[in-house]
Design a protein around this ligand. Sequence first.
Ligand code: DSN
Length: 419
Amino acid sequence: MEEMTLAKADPEIAHAVRAEIDREKNTLVMIASENYASRAILEAQANVMTNKYAEGYPEKRYYGGCEYVDVAERLAIERAKSLFGAEYVNVQPHSGSQANMAVYLAFLKPGDVILGMDLAHGGHLTHGSTVNFSGTLFQSVFYGLHPENQVIDYDQIEDLARKHKPKMIISGASAYPRTIDFEKIKEIGKRVNALTMADIAHIAGLVVASLHPTPVGRVDFVTSTTHKTLRGPRGGLILSGEKYGRALDSGVFPGIQGGPLMHVIAAKAVCFGEALRPDFREYQRQVLLNARALAEALLGAGFDLVSGGTDTHLMLIDLTERNITGLDAERALGRAGIAVNKNTVPNDKRGPRVTSGLRIGTPALTTRGMKEEEMAVIAGLIKNVLEGPENEKVLKDARSTVAELCGEFPIYEFLEQNG
Ligand code: DSN
């Protein structure tokens, strides 16, 4: 086998990778679900464990030669147990969607009723959306935000649960800026005899830093991704009490997956190790301080925020009363070097491809070392761009401030970009 570098073997892909490095270094990444994994995590993921088949679980594999990947998976499991305070952990789901799917496969039957948060109010596709497997295999019923305060309406959850008798109540969200009361979800589940699941993909980093109440030990199942606030490699995770462990293991493999991605599991172990360190809590604390500072500055600049602010790493700008759609806002900010995503807001009159909102988060900027002062500057840039999305001078000035900020708070200095 020839041992060429990527640059020699496949210049087109090498160029695309270097261009992505360039983009990540020189953009203000404010997509709430994105972050910068550490060098150690990138290295752990880019290794020969990608070659290894390891269907099964440590010491119970269907292949020989698993002794070293077993080390990685055992470390990932033990560290995640300690990090989240969980009795049972499965680190094999390839993604958050597959973590959710494995829980459903293990505990639901086709046609069962599930109660989840409406996608249009901030929920996730896998929480019962009709365009997702969860909405085609199961009968989904949705709760949402209270029309007045735009906070989750727990009374509505209980009313719907009593009326529809769901087999499972799903909490957690992709675009919800407020604290979620998992204790209330647990209590409602108990009263209506439903299983309860919390998908903490977005807030996992805040949860392990004790900056958001944990659902672990409260609801029956907790699922997560590892790459958002947790700042690890792209992947999924399931946590629960020991009593559900055997069924969940089977739900993941052989239920929905074959060979686990052992290089990713190695990187998850590194991520959990990083998150166990005290500086990770400090990082999460700053993520929250930055989100609050950004929200205050945006409110001060006259923007409407869903629910009037944030308790977490993200916020939603409601553009309904403004002369710009979410799509155009995302594009204009993109041209200025600020990456965000359009997002529906409650009772959005526009569809998901256009939307009347923007979702903005602080995890990636905080990883670069930015603080409240920079958030105020960035809020000013957002205001200028959204008020003059076609104004080339505004966009040029914004790009220049973005370049200054990226220069002052560098990231991935060890990585080579296109020249
Ligand atoms: N697509 C993810 C997000 O951006 O929140 C959720 O799966």
